[in-house]
Design a protein around this ligand. Structure first.
Ligand SMILES: [Zn+2]
Length: 149
């Protein structure tokens, strides 16, 4: 925990977040207004809780992150389903490319936060074998992936 606490004090931008959403600042710029879905908050909480548990990450480590749902994402100049920008501590999620919250894009970006970067995906946790149980857990009990965003 000590090392993680130091990371959290590394001068990252801290956005004023929603206490019910782990202190994350959720912003919806999508044309479909995905966060207006009646089950958004429940599914968001479930997806983040499962991801953090699987990664061994504490809720305090995601506090102050901004999460933007949008219709187009570029990451390092490349079109992408999602992105974590350490510069302004922001996760971007392309709702056109991600079928639903439980498809793993948010979890993928949270792992970037956990690893404090690793844009080249060199950590062992990026292997499909590591992800499979988390994907299964994300879809278990999910109402969202049945109808998409
Ligand atoms: Zn990535």
């Amino acid at each position: 925990m000590f090392g993680l606490a130091v990371l959290a004090c590394g001068g990252k931008t801290q956005w004023p977040g929603d206490p019910e959403l782990f202190g994350m600042a959720v912003v919806d710029e999508s044309a479909a207004h995905v966060t207006q879905s009646p089950d958004f908050r429940t599914n968001y909480r479930a997806a983040v809780t499962k991801s953090l548990g699987y990664m061994g990450m504490g809720e305090a480590e995601v506090e102050g992150i901004r999460v933007v749902f949008t219709d187009h994402v570029e990451c390092g100049g490349v079109e992408s389903a999602g992105c974590w920008r350490p510069d302004d501590n922001t996760i971007l999620i392309d709702v056109q490319q991600a079928d639903c919250l439980e498809s793993g894009v948010l979890s993928h970006e949270l792992l970037h936060v956990f690893l404090d970067g690793d844009p080249e995906h060199t950590n062992w946790r990026w292997s499909p074998e590591w992800w499979d149980p988390l994907y299964d857990a994300l879809l278990d009990g999910s109402s969202w992936c049945q109808h998409g965003f």
